[in-house]
Design a binder for this molecule. Structure first.
Ligand code: GLA
Length: 374
């Protein structure tokens, strides 16, 4: 099955924009393997916009030979030789968002071309869609085109929540938000906008909250002011918990240890990639300042997350959960063995509720093992 779990990988857009080339993409593939990301599940190396010549040649999309001198098949082979998967980008309109040729009216021949290049993932944007076109079904058309190739290609729809191109339109992930920028307001606004949407997550159909900004520190194409390490951790914890694809956007050669540690957080990745693939559910929130989510996990476990978004507050916030809100009433005799998913710390066994305090911009994520009475 394609995308049974949220896709994980790296994409060129957030940091590099149109400053991409073959060497750069190869170096990112090297880093993903040598620095240990692949072993944690990061597997797609995705080239975003700006890879082609400005015009089609004989009706075909052609990789810019000045940037990709050996062509896309050779790059694809290199990526595959590293045990990774290859992602590319096109758009449902007549031009991509950056003004390059795109797939409107060429869906079936472009899909064939991508399959010939060994593409495993297609991000499909929504700029420059002609007014006379059938925007509602544009994603269905490309879904059919990809299927017609016979190759397994993950279809990553990117039309910012318009016309609902979710699972029903054949997408394996669907961007339901505008673009992320590298600052706390951006990731918090995206999170708040998706609180209601994530319950639709299911195997083969993931709500894509956009690529990660962890570790960008204000550099690159979508770099604005950057975030603190605590905020990058919160952003990663939110994306992981809510079931978003985890697509790194930073320059992997420049990531500092603190931010690498965030992207390597096994407990958060485990929640994102859990075998049961359940969507999370909102337990409680206090306006847009504090959120409590829970998510059923495999192995009789439940993940619980508390997010404090109120950066302007001077003081820590009390957060907590009554196990009644998880359907666990005290007369059941069920106890919960809690582990901090971020630090790995054993928090002990609890019977009715759990409470703690978290600082502004802090997140507490817990994995609870259910202990049933004898
Ligand atoms: C849109 C998408 C971005 C990126 C750019 C490329 O804005 O939402 O993720 O792909 O186009 O031009």
């Amino acid at each position: 099955m394609i995308a049974k779990k949220p896709p994980m990988g790296w994409n060129s857009w957030n940091t590099f924009g149109d400053k991409i080339n073959e060497q750069l993409i190869k170096e990112m593939a090297d880093r993903i393997v040598e620095d240990g990301y692949r072993d944690l599940g990061y597997e797609y190396i995705i080239i975003d916009d700006c890879w082609s010549l400005r015009e089609r040649v004989d009706g075909k999309l052609v990789a810019d030979p000045a940037l990709f001198p050996n062509g896309m098949k050779a790059l694809s082979d290199y990526i595959h030789s590293k045990g990774l998967k290859f992602g590319m980008y096109s758009c449902a309109g007549t031009k991509t968002c950056a003004g390059y040729p795109s797939s409107y009216g060429h869906e079936f021949s472009d899909a064939k071309q991508f399959a010939e290049w060994g593409v495993d993932y297609l991000k499909y944007d929504f700029c420059n869609f002609p007014v006379s076109g059938d925007a509602k079904n544009a994603y269905l058309t490309m879904a059919m085109a990809l299927r017609s190739t016979g190759r397994d290609i993950l279809f990553a729809a990117c039309n910012w929540g318009m016309y609902d191109p979710s699972g029903s339109h054949g997408a394996h992930s669907y961007r339901s938000t505008g673009d992320i920028f590298d600052g706390p307001k951006s990731y918090k606004d995206l999170f708040i906008s998706q609180v209601e949407n994530v319950e639709n997550n299911a195997p083969g159909c993931w709500n894509d909250m956009d690529m990660l900004i962890v570790g960008m520190h204000g550099n690159g194409n979508v770099g604005i002011g950057g975030c603190s390490d605590l905020q990058y951790l919160q952003h990663f914890a939110m994306w992981a918990f809510l079931g978003s694809p985890l697509i790194i956007g930073a320059d992997l050669r420049k990531l500092d240890e603190a931010n690498k540690k965030i992207l390597f957080c096994k407990g958060l990745i485990e929640i994102n990639q859990d075998e049961e693939c359940r969507p999370p559910f909102l337990v409680d929130h206090d306006d847009t300042r504090k959120y409590t989510f829970a998510k059923l996990l495999s192995g009789n476990r439940i993940a619980i997350a508390f997010f404090n978004l109120a950066a302007e507050d001077q003081w820590t916030q009390n957060v907590g959960i009554c196990f009644d809100d998880l359907g666990i009433h005290s007369e059941s005799g069920i106890r919960l063995q809690l582990t901090d998913a971020i630090t790995g710390e054993d928090l002990g066994i609890y019977e009715d509720s759990y409470a703690t305090k978290i600082a502004p911009d802090e997140s507490k994520v817990i994995i609870a093992q259910l202990i049933f009475p004898e």
